[in-house]
Design a binder for this molecule. Structure first.
Ligand code: BG6
Length: 488
């Protein structure tokens, strides 16, 4: 397939937030960097009534507000003529015929097409069917690809059904299921740290690693998404996708290459090595909680039991990881925004120095903010006979590569989809395997009401039960240490 042909990018849900905040700023930046094909059009499709001009103004305002970079008027003026709007409804074949006609008018030669679904997944099957029925998925020298936004299903059964439905109109290699965490530079750097170096891999296993802690803490609450969130909760919103993806990158075997199939095969193997929990295991290996005041938020059911915080203890049952706990946690309205992965190594087998404090080595991958990596080790404190002190070695993106080095995750993912590289997108079997782990937890929470729903104070680090989960194993969350390393 030729990726240098002209391209039409069609966005469903074009009047929504995602388009204004993420998609258009990302396309703008790709265009400024000269990374889009020379001849490109972006066609927004949505229910709102806009002329092309109004659509462009709306997007310009959005880009000014939300783009994480500065751009000049000239740059916008040269980008804006590529933007068009086609008003339409998602369930009317005539509106899809109109879209097909509009594309036909805009495309003067063989053109590739990228369809982006920035809409709820319940609409995917119908849109794909309409696109098929109006001949828009037919590859006639130019490729047809579809990017699907999350959430991909609400449980295993619905994800399987959705896969079947989208496969009716598309081959798997035309489908790009997006998880924006995989587009983050620091998340990709997990693979580079592990596999572009030789020093980490020999110790990256159960012989040297005591436990792995993955935290994705959010300071924000529901923002304007309460209506969506209350039916979803933290496990579906953050764990089924982002946290399990982070886990696969930490735990996977070295793939034979960086190709999409090699990489995704290894990720699926990790997920398949985690055993779905029994209800008894759910009550001892999971924590669920809601922040105080959640039930009085607008659009939230006053009796809601939707968790806004969860912590899990998972085991990857393979040779590399047998017996090493992976602790995962995420929540809204916590003390601060902090995504990090902490690898805690085992203690030295013997304290041979008289004043030795037994602090295990730690490797911290700071995903956001303060993107970087620290390694903590012990050194002899100067002018003491035999005292040890913790010190660390560090790498920070901003220092090493300059402030502007980290692009928005969507920018990378959109470019990959245009170039046909699906490495950072999730495959059908991967999504389903992830759901097969989350499903039993959701079911036990919902049907057995166990473990009990904890309550935590907004602005805290979550409920006491979240600490107990590790304390029972004689461990604790190490984010305070990780913060001290950052501040030192
Ligand atoms: C989204 C979730 O996928 O990720 C949101 O739906 C969450 O609830 C967001 O706030 C977090 O992403 P980031 O990039 O801000 O860490």
């Amino acid at each position: 397939m030729n990726n240098d042909l002209p391209i039409s990018i069609i966005i469903f849900g074009a009047s929504g937030d995602l388009t204004q905040r993420k998609l258009i700023p990302s396309f703008l930046n790709l265009s400024r960097k000269g990374r889009l094909p020379k001849n490109f059009s972006i066609i927004g499709f949505g229910a709102t009534v806009f002329t092309d001009e109004q659509f462009r103004d709306h997007l310009q305002n959005g880009a000014k507000q939300f783009a994480g970079f500065n751009f000049t008027n000239e740059e916008w003026e040269s980008f804006a003529p590529h933007l068009f709007y086609q008003q339409g409804r998602y369930d009317q074949v005539v509106d899809f015929q109109n879209l097909a006609k509009r594309l036909g008018d805009l495309e003067t030669e063989t053109t590739n097409r990228l369809y982006y679904m920035a809409i709820p997944p319940t609409l995917f099957p119908n849109i794909i069917e309409q696109l098929g029925a109006t001949g828009q998925l037919h590859e006639n020298g130019g490729w047809r690809r579809v990017v699907l936004e999350k959430p991909f299903g609400t449980n295993l059964a619905s994800a399987e059904k959705l896969n079947l439905q989208v496969h009716k109109g598309l081959n798997e290699n035309q489908i790009y299921r997006i998880d924006h965490y995989l587009g983050k530079e620091t998340v990709q750097n997990i693979l580079f740290t592990r596999f572009a170096n030789t020093i980490f891999e020999p110790i990256w296993n159960r012989t040297y690693i005591d436990n792995v802690q993955i935290t994705v803490a959010e300071k924000v609450g529901l923002e304007h998404r309460a209506g969506f969130y209350d039916g979803v909760g933290v496990l579906r919103d953050m764990f089924q996708n982002h946290l399990l993806q982070l886990l696969t990158l930490v735990a996977m075997e070295p793939p034979a290459s960086f190709s999409a199939s090699h990489l995704r095969n290894e990720k699926v193997k990790v997920l398949s090595a985690i055993k779905p929990m029994t209800p008894e295991q759910v009550s001892t290996n999971t924590v669920r909680a809601q922040y105080k005041g959640y039930r009085s938020e607008a659009q939230v059911n006053p009796n809601s039991t939707t968790p806004t915080y969860a912590a899990l203890r998972l085991y990857v049952n393979n040779w590399r990881w047998k017996g090493v706990p992976f602790y995962l946690r995420s929540g809204k309205n916590l003390s601060e925004k902090q995504s990090q992965i902490i690898i805690q190594f085992k203690e030295p087998p013997l304290a041979m120095f008289p004043m030795q404090t037994m602090k295990p080595n730690m490797l911290v991958l700071y995903l956001q903010p303060d993107e970087g990596l620290h390694v903590r080790f012990e050194a002899k404190a100067p002018d003491t006979v035999a005292e040890t002190r913790s010190v660390d070695m560090e790498f920070h993106y901003a220092q090493a590569f300059g402030q502007t080095a980290i692009p928005e995750a969507y920018e990378r993912l959109l470019l990959d989809a245009i170039q046909g590289d699906a490495s950072l997108f999730t495959r059908a079997d991967e999504v389903e395997t992830a759901w097969s782990l989350i499903d039993p937890i959701l079911q036990t929470w919902e049907t057995h009401q166990t473990p009990p729903l904890g309550i935590y104070r907004p602005g805290s680090w979550g409920p006491a039960e979240g600490y107990d989960l590790l304390a029972r194993d004689g461990r604790r969350w190490l984010n305070e240490e990780a913060r001290m390393m950052l501040e030192s």
